[in-house]
Design a protein around this ligand. Structure first.
Ligand code: F6R
Length: 262
């Protein structure tokens, strides 16, 4: 894992945007996996700015979103379909037919999940953007999800519903189910960029990077990806920095001991 620690959220967004823009310049018909939530909003703003300044075109880019709620309509302001159009798609020249967001019609949900998964098999992602849940989820792969899962229907963790209730009028309104790419789909991406900011993410960041790889903490699997970059601000990196400091102190203490008693 490559870890980048930036001063603040704006710096994270700039860093992430510069990586994405470079990839699109190298490969204009890039296939990109996108996330919703607070973490990538700054990145999307920077991509929009680059497009408005004629620095980049998304005409040949194809996108696949990680997930979508089940139980609210796509037209609902908090659906991920609405989120993506509001925060990115309506501002850039991406072609409608190149946008893929899991459909959530409950009457055909298994068929829709299988179709989405088939498309993911046919179109390997060049780059996947991720956020991390405070409980360690990536996409909506909640703690305990088998690491070999592909696109599936998930019952959302109560922690996730509570975290996301900030976007709804009340906890009751937060959907209980979602359709999500599985860990296996995410790990199949050639390159991964995970963005985390704020002290609320510090514990999750530490476990993702230094913890044991386990399905109880899904983001830990990213330690095994060959090209994963984690972009953090100082607040989300705080516990990671503390743990590195402690390790260094331990190494120093051992070294001192061995010098005194060789
Ligand atoms: C969103 C997604 C989630 C979020 C995560 C962090 O599509 O799949 O895994 O990335 O819940 O959300 P924020 O960025 O709002 O803290």
């Amino acid at each position: 894992m490559k870890i980048m620690i930036c001063k603040n959220y704006d710096e994270i967004s700039k860093k992430a945007a510069s990586i994405v823009l470079k990839e699109i310049q190298k490969k204009p018909d890039l296939t990109i996996g996108l996330a919703t939530g607070s973490s990538p909003i700054g990145l999307y703003k920077k991509l929009i700015e680059a497009y408005q300044k004629n620095k980049i075109s998304f005409k040949s880019v194809t996108s696949y979103n990680l997930d979508e709620y089940i139980g609210i309509d796509r037209s609902h302001p908090q659906s991920y379909y609405s989120f993506m159009h509001e925060h990115l798609f309506k501002h850039i020249d991406i072609q409608n037919e190149n946008i893929h967001i899991p459909e959530n019609d409950i009457t055909r949900i298994d068929e829709l999940a299988a179709d989405y998964n088939k498309k993911l098999h046919e179109h390997q992602l060049d780059i996947q953007i991720l956020g991390i849940g405070s409980n360690g989820h990536i996409g909506f792969n909640e703690p305990g999800t088998p690491l070999g899962n592909e696109t599936f229907i998930v019952t959302l963790d109560e922690q996730t519903r509570m975290d996301n209730s900030r976007f709804f009028n009340s906890l009751d309104e937060v959907p209980k189910y979602a359709i999500t790419m599985g860990i296996k789909n995410i790990m199949y991406s050639k390159k991964i960029i995970l963005i985390a900011s704020g002290k609320e993410k510090a514990r999750a960041v530490l476990k993702m990077i230094k913890g044991k790889v386990t399905k109880s903490f899904p983001a830990s699997i990213l330690q095994l990806h060959p090209d994963c970059t984690v972009i953090l601000d100082e607040a989300s990196a705080a516990k990671l920095m503390d743990s590195s400091k402690n390790e260094q102190q331990k190494i120093k203490a051992v070294k001192q001991k061995t010098t005194i008693n060789p």
